[in-house]
Design a protein around this ligand. Structure first.
Ligand SMILES: [Zn+2]
Length: 254
């Protein structure tokens, strides 16, 4: 049995090397280290080039999108050509933090959608309180041929269906293990398992039973366990299918 964590931020974790060294004994097959800004994207490439099991994405998070220039986007475009870069992300819109204007966020999102298209890469979408607008931008700008995942999905089933109908995958994180998360359980129940990707978003969003502590990619098994339980299949099958899904979307993973 092998697990994949399709969304983590090891470069934001202090003892990352210790965690990486524990991947083998915890059946971690692959992890995807996701970019949040230009500097972090450089670091992600460096880390993924060092470890076979680590792939990465490059991109600028919506809350890091203040006052970006064409030079920033050019840099992401160049970094996107690295062998271990499997996606552009995380990109999208975040209306929760309110530290970056909507205009700056639109500019960043649209520019990076075009980088994904140019490089034939899927996108990793970060969407917070902005599902309608992200959906409309995708429709207006054109869906990237290589599609993408709605990372850490946190809306309801009818919204999930809209993205699934576009061909997008649904990223499921630690909150699926929290009590009384009926809306998300319904999303997982209704989404075909072939369109679900397991993510930790570590060091954030730690699943039960480690909620309250710092998250790490090896905890992805608790998320996969919960998905298996909702789908009424065993964890061996669930982890195999989820790994296949991930390799299908992120086709540069070998
Ligand atoms: Zn993230």
């Amino acid at each position: 049995m092998g697990f994949i964590d399709t969304h983590c931020h090891l470069n934001l974790i202090e003892n990352k090397y210790e965690i990486i060294d524990s991947f083998d004994e915890n059946d971690i097959e692959y992890v995807v280290e996701v970019g949040i800004n230009v500097e972090n994207s450089f670091k992600n490439i460096e880390l993924s080039n060092k470890y076979e099991k680590i792939y990465c994405s490059v991109g600028i998070h919506p809350t890091d999108s203040k006052g970006l220039t064409s030079k920033d986007f050019d840099t992401i475009n160049v970094l996107a050509k690295n062998e271990k870069v499997i996606a552009i992300g995380e990109i999208g819109l975040d209306y929760y933090w309110k530290n970056v204007s909507k205009e700056d966020q639109y500019k960043s999102f649209i520019n990076q959608l075009n980088i994904a298209k140019e490089n034939k890469l899927p996108v990793i979408l970060h969407v917070r309180e902005a599902y309608e607008d992200v959906f409309n931008i995708l429709i207006n700008e054109g869906i990237p041929d290589n599609l993408g995942v709605v990372h850490c999905f946190s809306s309801n089933w009818s919204m999930a269906k809209k993205f699934l109908d576009l061909g997008f995958y649904i990223g499921i994180d630690g909150p699926i293990t929290f009590k009384n998360n009926n809306t998300l359980v319904e999303v997982v129940r209704n989404t075909p398992i072939e369109y679900i990707l397991p993510e930790t978003d570590s060091p954030f969003l730690t699943p039960v039973p480690f909620r309250g502590k710092k998250n790490k990619p090896i905890y992805v098994k608790y998320i996969i366990e919960k998905i298996a339980e909702i789908k009424n299949i065993n964890i061996v099958n669930a982890s195999r299918i989820l790994l296949e899904n991930s390799k299908k979307l992120f086709s540069k993973i070998i």
